[in-house]
Design a protein around this ligand. Structure first.
Ligand SMILES: Cc1cc2nc3c(=O)[nH]c(=O)nc-3n(C[C@H](O)[C@H](O)[C@H](O)COP(=O)(O)OP(=O)(O)OC[C@H]3O[C@@H](n4cnc5c(N)ncnc54)[C@H](O)[C@@H]3O)c2cc1C
Length: 466
């Protein structure tokens, strides 16, 4: 067997655009801002020294052009008469969105959980978008969205895992999702190159789909951009938000100051800056423990093997161990450096594998807390590769040169300790809304609009786009 050549590989992803790092350890405690509202201090904005800047007026200003911010803008443009401006410190896909693997799967969702309805509705809306794009002809959703209905396999290798998968299959079926429990033999018929041992098997969701995050973003940008000519849309890239501006007469937040502009938002300002949201709020507001949203960057590596023809993959795959990763510690491969990790969870790798429309094999993924570092860690890539080879023994015979025909994606998932997105308006700043904390599911939980609700990690509130 040949060794993998992990020679020096430059990070092909976007250059860092900010050196923000998570600030000191804050213990997050769940608060109920509604009950305590009368006692809350009014959030104070940090003093602003406004440089001369061009000003523009909009109904809604969105900070962050990741999948969340752009989708919020898209919805407002398509379904309301409102005008929207989107500002980003970099360009779309600079953040976690550009690293996304692209699965929109229900297999790792739990019926009845806080995010269940959001996931169901989001999936339905992606399906509608794909159908709409298909209706336009040409290459359809496959070509313009990277859309594939590959189905997903959640894979287990032990009898304990199989018991969990059996229960999960029942629960999803009862919730109306097509799900099948597969023994090792049935799984082999579907995915001949996958090895799960005699005790293993899978849960199969034939309706699960995937997209390409870059293509999806580009499609959304195109839709949004089509409203520019009628004066309803403006995008400002490479122009970070630096402060909020309060009205001298009403005291309400009326604008976002970026490095070059002042963007007035008559109706709302939406902060959708992913893993940067906590740092951004710290820079916007005077210290206020109620508003300390403990969203943290959870770094992930993905390994993309371009036009990889040494493995035939018929479906999207994920190991069962992934399911626990989004919130808690992993029970899959733990790296030797685990002991150096903080209380929020171990550095972990769990196998995910998808093949995209271009024939690229995408292998994931890692999770670790390393601030906003964008450094490529070759030992993590090796772990991702080795983990995949446990499931696909044929990879053990493949010589992989990390510098040849590979792309390494790095992104920072916006992680919340309780695993729920933070969605809602900021207490006492009702026209400022937060939309972050989607961790490893931002593509799949994207299509929700955020209605007024207090910000709390234990409180999730949304209404769907329609
Ligand atoms: C390796 C990996 C694989 C993943 N795979 C999947 C998957 O298969 N399916 C899935 O559903 N999810 C997946 N995810 C998760 C998903 O990518 C994220 O949940 C989602 O992209 C978060 O979107 P966002 O818009 O909140 O954040 P981001 O995409 O990070 O966007 C935030 C934006 O805010 C901008 N910003 C920051 N500071 C400022 C400022 N001061 N002013 C203006 N703008 C600012 C940033 O430039 C950035 O563009 C994956 C994530 C990773 C890392």
């Amino acid at each position: 067997m040949d060794a993998i050549a992990f020679a020096s590989a430059p990070n092909p992803s976007h250059a860092p655009f900010t050196s923000a790092s998570s600030s000191g350890a804050h213990r997050f405690s769940v608060r109920d801002p509604w009950r305590r509202r009368w006692r809350l201090p009014l959030p104070a904005l940090r003093s602003q020294r406004l440089e001369p800047a061009s000003a523009s007026h909009h109904d809604v200003v969105v900070v962050g052009a990741g999948i969340i911010g752009l989708s919020i803008a898209r919805h407002l443009l398509l379904h309301t008469p409102l005008s929207v401006a989107v500002a980003d410190a970099g360009v779309p896909c600079t953040g976690a969105t550009g690293a996304g693997q692209g699965y929109l799967w229900m297999s790792h969702r739990t019926p009845g959980s806080d995010t269940w309805e959001l996931a169901v509705r989001s999936k339905q809306l992606w399906e509608e978008l794909a159908a709409e794009v298909d209706g336009l002809g040409g290459g359809g959703a496959r070509e313009r969205l990277g859309w594939m209905r590959t189905g997903s396999l959640l894979v287990g290798r032990t009898s304990e895992e199989m018991a969990t998968l059996e229960e999960r299959t029942k629960a999803l079926s009862q919730a109306g999702i097509r799900a099948e429990y597969l023994s090792a033999a049935s799984l082999h018929a579907l995915e001949p190159e996958l090895y799960v041992g005699h005790d293993g098997g899978a849960m199969f969701l034939p309706e699960d789909c995937q997209i390409d995050a870059y293509q999806a973003v580009s499609l959304i940008e195109k839709t949004n951009g089509s409203y520019s000519s009628e004066g309803r849309y403006m995008e400002l890239y490479n122009d970070p938000a630096v402060s909020l501006v309060r009205s001298e007469t009403t005291g309400t937040v009326e604008a976002v100051q970026t490095s070059k502009h002042i963007l007035y938002g008559r109706k709302a300002i939406v902060i959708a800056s992913g893993a940067w949201t906590r740092t951004l709020l710290h820079s916007f507001l005077e210290p206020n423990p109620i508003l300390d949203i403990p969203v943290m960057p959870r770094k992930g590596h993905l390994l993309v093997l371009e036009k990889f023809d040494k493995l035939k993959l018929n479906h999207g795959l994920m190991e069962l161990g992934y399911v626990g990763h989004q919130v808690a510690k992993s029970n899959s491969t733990l790296l030797p450096s685990e002991s150096s990790e903080d209380e929020h969870g171990a550095l972990s790798i769990s196998m995910t594998a998808t093949l995209n429309t271009k024939g690229n094999l995408i292998l994931g993924s890692s999770r670790e807390f390393k601030g906003f570092s964008r450094e490529v860690d070759k030992s993590i890539l090796k772990c991702i590769w080795d983990r995949a080879a446990e499931f696909f023994p044929t990879l053990k015979n493949v010589h992989l040169d990390i510098n040849e025909n590979t792309e390494i994606r790095i992104g920072h998932r916006p992680y919340m300790p309780d695993g729920k997105p933070v969605i809602g308006s900021v207490p006492d700043l009702p026209n400022v809304l937060i939309a972050t904390g989607h961790e490893g599911s931002g593509l799949a939980l994207v299509r929700a609009l955020y209605k007024s609700a207090p910000v709390s990690s234990s409180f999730i509130s949304y209404c769907s786009w329609s």
